[in-house]
Design a protein around this ligand. Sequence first.
Ligand code: C2O
Ligand code: CU
Ligand code: CU
Length: 520
Amino acid sequence: MTPGSRRKFLIGAAATAGAGGLAGGFLWKHRPQYAGPAPVEPPFVPDPAFPNALRLPGADGMYGVLDASGSFTMVAKPVRHALLPGKPAAMLAYEVEHQGLALHNPVLRVRTGASLSIKFWNAIDETSIIHWHGLKVDSNNDGHPHYAIAGGATYDYQFTVPNRAATYWYHPHPHHLTGKQVYHGLAGLFIVEDDDEAALQKALDLRLGETDIPLVIQDRRFDDGGQLAFKPSADERFHGHYGAEVLVNLTPRPHFAAATRLYRFRILNGSNARLYRLAFRHGEQLLDYHVIGTDGGLLERPVTVKEAFLAPAERLDVLLDLRGAKAGDALTLISLPFDAMHQEMADGAALDLLRIQVHRKVPYDRPLPQSLSRIEAAPESAFSPRLIVLDQAKGRWRINGATYVADETPITVKRDTVEAWDIRNVPPTMPHPMHIHGFQFRVLSRTGSPEQQQRLAVTESGLAASDLGLKDTVLVWPGETVRIVIDFSHPFLGDQVYMVHCHNLEHEDGGMMLNLKVAA
Ligand code: C2O
Ligand code: CU
Ligand code: CU
């Protein structure tokens, strides 16, 4: 993207209507991104090791922002994008046409309580269905694999969004094909906003795509022609599909030009199988950053950390304070090396994810907020915890000794009850990011954690910052037992069938997934 087109994107993003009517000076003053020659600033020179400008949500194209109430059509279709510069790659994307513009994998942005009717048109040559990861909807709207439709068919969604503000996301969910379709590009963000969120944006002067930056982290493998290569071996089908090239917002070796102020990063691990141990490095030093939210939205107050694990499908909402930086400083979002606890491969290697280059001094005097939102105390269950055992047998990952059978519902809970679950990951095994559809839960404790997790504990019960608040996905390390508590109340009449599964997409596609019936 040229600096000129980048500027156009931001103008479009800043104005919901009449983009052309805004004076350049107004935007100049409020725009922290470098977007053309400025009179006094030296020109921005990207670090040659990170030559590509981070793709950002704008008015159209990849990650175009769609204020998404009302009805629209989303088409899953083949598209071409130059993922590696100069090498247009065949991939898949969700396309929405809006006011004559084509948005790919749009950032859907709604207010809590919004009603949506979305026609999904499957224009790829495989079955597919869209799952709204983290949203509290009834099973007709959940995108359970049971509802997958053939290529050429359509599926009508109609739901309201009761969720609190957070970064949710959407992706395909056809059985056996989820990993492949996500890998080829089908995934997008679903941002919900409410009053607490609006207050935060106002207090910190946050604007999506400028100072409020989604970061979708995905590892990929390319062939010599720059095409996405997804040909998992038998071993990769079992352990997970890893790639040596890590893309952020579908940008390889990306840089982001920043100013001396606070930035918000909404980080999604959108990888099939890879975990990250996220830190911001400046020289040899790891910087403090502030976790303000997790899967299901804002925490009560920021929690300052130097590192956090992020497993597939988890989100981490963080503030990075660059007020102390000088123009010319460069820092890097990295994944620190860790023990991937997965016998055959070394997938915990150190990785550089994103170069952040501070190139502009701006006045900014907003204090870090001390209070962000209210979270009710975790609900209490009247029953003893349900045991959920993760293990393997005959080359398959299992949940409570079972693998997915479309018409069996091995776990049935009663609507409007609260259950605690002890999720126990029994060696020999791998880390499993466990996800539940239809509900946000609370993590109560971690026991038997490996040292690399234990040392991140911020509570007596062993929770890390990334376990706080409302969660829909929780990482369970080999040997660990993670206790969660789930309030199975919802307004939907009749039995609802959701699912529990591992969000390592190869594990999921291999059947590490069970139906979860919420009986009326
Ligand atoms: Cu994000 Cu059933 O998954
Ligand atoms: Cu989900
Ligand atoms: Cu798994």
